[in-house]
Ligand binder design. Structure first.
Ligand SMILES: C[S@@+](CC[C@H](N)C(=O)[O-])C[C@H]1O[C@@H](n2cnc3c(N)ncnc32)[C@H](O)[C@@H]1O
Ligand code: SF4
Length: 430
């Protein structure tokens, strides 16, 4: 997910405002911040056992249980359309712990009958027993971090699995009964030739997943990879090479029956990730666990509007121990005698209210990343704002003439040969 602004500090009572509108599809993201080792390129909110003094997975899961109970108390829970366990390394939780979180979500919100439940898994954690236990626990979809089939590329990335490990892992989870399997790949790795990238794509396809994500390697500030690049030990990434490798991915995947549906995502028909599609379509989601983001639509005071206008976005405390301490306190009021006032704990680190205009801008930005595009007129009507302002119409026409935007009635989408410019195109629309 793209980085979001930190926003204002959370209110001390940690409660969401009255009037939350839970009537639209609701989804849940659960962040698991543990990793055995930090890969040199990764700047996600993750911690090793050494940094945390061990992995207190039971304590963390108990904290999530408390947060679920709080989230269900402050709104009108409705069945979750999807759940996504992301990380970090969710496969470091036991199947019992994962199943326990799902049971709590089911009790608090309900899980839709056809709910998609995805779990990110590191290939080295897959065994036939683990895969069977994940299926029993209620996971329906596995997303494996393969990255590359090339040993040299895996070494640049500091990954622990062997080149064939992810393909074997995909085969094992399929043999256990998983019908939905996705593989994450990375291109634009320094030293990675086009041929090596093609071989990685073919290796991934040989595992017969129904979904593949391919990300351009980002050299993120503060990572070991960035330091090695700065010292000249590893060449910097080449944007032209990465663009060429993106095209190779699209051609290779299309030739094997995969359809592009988001900038970095391809699927066989029916294999699209419903959870992420919901995010790109602007659905609401409850974020659980440290550093998780959530966004819930609000209705104005005095009653429900026919459509949700504003929304509240929050981000939980990023530090797992601070998150756990706050969550375990259960966001209960706690009188601090010495301060003489009520002080309540909250799992939120920060939050902000998004007005309808901001929400429309986000809908357009996210919608232009997906092949289906975004229905500007329907979104604007739903949010109660003007979709086609004069300026937006002018920008859209200008982008259309350049071949960067297709306008079909109220719907906007970015054509195939302009996908790489999607973010710049949405910026120009404002
Ligand atoms: C944050 S990981 C979490 C799941 C799991 N631990 C794993 O490594 O697969 C999810 C995916 O993000 C992608 N990713 C992380 N850092 C990246 C970077 N700097 N550039 C490109 N992709 C990145 C990787 O493809 C990875 O599979
Ligand atoms: S890429 Fe995955 S395994 Fe590696 S540090 Fe990031 S979250 Fe952990």
């Amino acid at each position: 997910m793209p980085a979001l602004p930190d926003g204002d500090p959370a209110p001390e009572d940690g409660r969401l405002p009255d009037g939350l509108d839970w009537s639209r599809p609701l989804r849940a993201y659960v962040h698991v911040p543990f990793c055995r080792a930090r890969c040199g390129y990764c700047d996600f909110n993750t911690y090793t056992a050494g940094e945390l003094g061990g992995f207190d997975t039971a304590g963390y899961v108990a904290g999530i249980g408390q947060e679920i109970a709080l989230a269900a108390r402050v709104g009108q829970p409705q069945p979750l359309a999807s759940v996504f366990f992301g990380g970090g390394t969710p496969s470091l939780l036991s199947a019992d712990e994962l199943g326990g979180v799902l049971r709590q979500l089911d009790r608090a919100f309900g899980l839709a009958d056809d709910a998609e439940v995805t779990m990110e898994v590191n290939p080295e954690d897959v065994t036939p027993q683990a895969a069977a236990a994940w299926l029993d626990a209620g996971i329906t979809r596995i997303s494996l971090g393969m990255q590359s089939a090339d040993l040299a590329a895996l070494t640049v990335l500091d990954r622990k699995h062997t080149p064939g490990g992810a393909v074997r892992a995909a085969e094992l989870v399929q043999a256990a009964g998983f019908g939905h399997v996705s593989l994450d790949l990375i291109y634009g790795i320094p030293g990675q030739s086009d041929e090596s990238w093609r071989q990685t794509l073919l290796a991934a396809l040989s595992a017969e997943p129904d979904h593949i994500s391919a990300y351009a390697l980002g050299v993120e500030p503060g990572t070991a990879l960035a330091r090695k690049v700065a010292r000249g030990e590893i060449a910097s990434t080449d944007p032209d090479r990465a663009a060429a490798q993106y095209d190779i991915a699209d051609e290779t995947l299309a030739a094997h029956g995969f359809q592009w549906y988001e900038i970095s995502n391809w699927a066989r028909p029916g294999g699209e990730c419903q959870h992420n599609l919901g995010y790109w379509r602007g659905h609401d989601y409850v974020g659980l666990g440290c550093a998780a983001y959530g966004t819930i639509a609000l209705v104005r005071e005095g009653g429900r509007l026919p459509a949700p206008a504003s929304a509240r976005r929050y981000r939980n405390k990023t530090d797992p121990q601070k998150y756990m301490a706050a969550a375990l306190e259960g966001a209960r009021a706690k009188r601090l005698e010495d301060k003489g006032r009520d002080e309540r704990s909250t799992t939120e680190g920060s939050s902000e209210d998004l007005d309808p205009e901001t929400r429309l801008r986000e809908r357009i930005m996210l919608g232009l990343r997906v092949a289906e595009g975004v229905d500007l007129e329907a979104s604007a009507a739903e949010l109660g704002v003007v979709g086609w302002t004069k300026e937006r119409r002018r920008s859209a026409d200008r982008l259309g003439k350049k071949g960067h935007l297709v306008i079909e009635g109220g719907r906007l989408r970015v054509p195939r040969d302009a996908w790489l410019f999607a973010d710049g195109i949405s910026a120009e629309l404002f």
